[in-house]
Design a protein. Structure first.
Length: 230
């Protein structure tokens, strides 16, 4: 049994999966404090599913890009669980997991996560037969991302919170939006990707698994500038 956690956005999700079967999933799509709710949320999910701690054989976590605070909370919790329960840890790229929401769509999938000030974290994936990356993950202005996607050609379906934020620009460019049920981060998709990696023997070292921020926070940049001038 694999336990998956995703706190990379305003969505808080936990899921339980074994092999190709989703056992249980619990998602809260509200801007709540993940640090106060993640552990109780996870415990309640396991209780309702009738799953004991001893049945958890691995833990997976969305590692970003996404919310700086959310990623730190999710990674810290997943590492703690892996250490205390002595189980493998698997980190999953958030954009890849979002693309897996649309598996079998026979289209190109454009996951978008808000990166503030008109920028988004983005990548393009193919959802023909399987999920394959068409481009690498980047942070760029939404206009540049849309232009590049249009040049690539479609059909293209946008997912993620960025799809909501910039829906008018996307629709005007001829890019579809995924249905609400598939548009947001899902711990079930994190679990699905992690399950494949786990079966291939691809697990992460808790000491070296870090959030995939793509870029540093403004606080880190300001701290560096301050100390360079001293």
């Amino acid at each position: 049994m694999l336990l998956a956690i995703d706190t990379s956005s305003f969505v808080l999700g936990c899921a339980l999966a074994e092999k190709d079967k989703l056992v249980a999933e619990w998602t809260i799509a509200r801007k709540l404090t993940h640090s106060a709710r993640l552990i109780p949320h996870m415990d309640k999910l396991m209780e309702d599913a009738g799953v004991a701690k001893k049945e958890i054989e691995a833990v997976a976590v969305g590692k970003g890009p996404g919310s700086f605070t959310g990623l730190r909370i999710g990674l810290a919790t997943a590492k703690m669980i892996a250490h205390i329960w002595q189980v493998p840890l698997i980190g999953v790229d958030t954009l890849e997991a979002l693309a897996w929401n649309m598996a079998g769509a026979n289209a190109f999938i454009l996951p978008l996560i808000d990166a503030q000030r008109g920028n988004v974290y983005a990548a393009l994936y193919s959802a023909y037969e399987n999920i394959w990356p068409e481009t690498s993950i980047e942070v760029a202005p939404i206009e540049e991302v849309i232009s590049a996607a249009v040049r690539h050609g479609g059909p293209i379906i946008a997912v993620g919170e960025g799809a909501d934020l910039y829906k008018e620009k996307l629709i005007n460019a001829g890019i579809q939006l995924a249905a609400p049920a598939n548009r947001y981060s899902r711990a079930a998709s994190v679990a699905g990707v992690a399950q494949m990696r786990w079966e291939e023997g691809k697990i992460d070292d808790p000491l070296t698994l870090l959030p995939n921020y793509i870029r540093r926070s403004e606080a880190e940049v300001l701290w560096e500038k301050k100390h360079q001038t001293q």
